[in-house]
Design a protein around this ligand. Structure first.
Ligand code: NAD
Ligand code: DAU
Length: 350
């Protein structure tokens, strides 16, 4: 193999799409997927590639610095693509502890492992995958650009902002060849049903209520997960060292409009009477500190590296709904165990 690349969090939603794409696209590179397999990590997301000769899975915790040092010594990585994180805003509001550990301490441990084990930085790359939530919230107009000031407002986004700062600090202080991307809301197959779309698809299927936070007029910029994976590939290969690239779908939706469209698609796919799913919509207590609007200016990535999103709006929504309905077993597996307890604790008091 010409190179060995460490991907962290590869058993999660975005990581599994990225790992599959890279393992297939670069058969002469070895990909090591390091994942703790928390509630959000699932090896079933990668069943179809698990026997590929250029793929290895390692179970482990990025918070464990000794373990990381051993792993770097064992594999002599040429590069790192770091996605492992606690990723759900609502959970961070319930208890930030795991977010601080994994997202901040874990990222620092990974940076340190690279710094201490890479004899030279020549030809190396440390890619940190981050979120647009570090920029805070927008009003009715405007877009997040790479030079927008950081203004994180949830424990999740504060932990990601902190990790971004650490990664940049390792560039300025130690000349580590880093690159960062900040992306908007992803959607598509294999997303854990705590996030809006898979949660609502599963609830509609089981005729459960659809808990819309606040007035439902919060706006997100939705990006097809496969388009995020192609952006990460491009930035890893061609992004300039020390730079940040924003990634977004130019695909803004107010939550309630997205939910109404989803309801229409689900009525059709489940062969239900028109309007049936919309009756499940229930307005509930708002998320604390809920960011009103996110929207991305991805022109740097598009102009510099030639990236283009390929899946838009209703097409992506339909593909997503179809996938979850066709993969009932996957959904049943991830909603067994502690999921019910999580759901009740999160939604009972709303
Ligand atoms: P996810 O929650 O689906 O997956 C996270 C993965 O990290 C899981 O497989 C989990 O087991 C693993 N993990 C958690 N703690 C770990 C630890 N201590 N050690 C090793 N592995 C650990 O998350 P996702 O939605 O796929 O997000 C991936 C990354 O992309 C995150 O860094 C997130 O902040 C970022 N991001 C997500 C979105 C989005 O819309 N989902 C948008 C922009 C950026
Ligand atoms: O913007 C990128 C971020 O997108 C990522 O960094 C996060 O990891 C990812 O989880 C996502 O964060 P959001 O908070 O935007 O995603 P979520 O799916 O939790 O919520 C989307 C919107 O829907 C948000 O305005 C809250 C609202 N919502 C969510 C849930 C779960 C509801 O109204 N009801 C719900 O039950």
């Amino acid at each position: 193999m010409k190179q060995t690349i460490l991907i962290t969090g590869g058993a999660g939603f975005i990581g599994s799409h990225l790992v599959r794409m890279l393992v297939e696209q670069y058969p002469d590179r070895h990909y090591v997927n390091l994942d703790l397999l928390t509630y959000a990590g699932n090896l079933a997301n990668l069943r179809d590639i698990e026997d590929k000769p250029n793929y290895t899975f390692v179970k482990g915790d990025i918070v464990d610095a000794d373990f990381l040092n051993g792993l770097f010594k064992q594999y002599n990585f040429d590069g790192v693509i770091h996605l492992a994180a606690e990723s759900h805003v609502d959970r961070s509001i319930e208890d930030p502890t795991a977010f601080i550990k994994t997202n901040i301490l874990g990222t620092m441990n990974l940076l340190n492992a690279a710094r201490h084990n890479w004899e030279s930085f020549e030809g190396k790359r440390f890619y940190h995958v981050s979120t647009d939530e570090v920029y805070g919230t927008l009003g009715e107009t405007g877009l997040f650009r790479e030079d927008t000031s950081y203004d994180p407002r949830s424990p999740y986004s504060a932990s990601k902002a902190s990790s971004d700062h650490l990664v940049r600090a390792f560039f300025h202080t130690y000349d580590m060849p880093i690159v960062i991307s900040n992306c908007s809301n992803n959607y598509g197959p294999f997303q854990f049903p705590e996030k809006l779309l898979p949660l609502f698809i599963n609830n509609i299927k089981h005729n459960k209520s659809l808990p819309v936070y606040g007035d439902g007029k919060y706006t997100r910029d939705w990006l097809w997960v496969g388009d995020h994976a192609t952006a990460i590939d491009l930035i890893y290969e061609k992004g300039r060292v020390g730079e940040t690239y924003n990634i977004g779908g130019n695909n803004e939706w107010k939550n309630i409009d997205l939910i109404n469209d989803l309801c229409d698609v689900m009525d059709e796919l489940l062969d239900r009477e028109e309007g049936a799913s919309k009756k499940l919509i229930t307005y509930v207590k708002d998320r604390a500190g809920h960011d009103r609007r996110y929207a991305i200016d991805a022109s740097k990535l598009m102009n510099e590296l030639g990236w283009e999103p390929t899946v838009f709006a209703k097409e992506g929504l339909r593909k997503t709904a179809e996938w979850y309905l066709a993969n009932e077993e996957w959904m049943e597996n991830v909603t067994s165990g502690d999921y019910q307890k999580y759901y009740e604790s999160m939604y009972a008091e709303r």
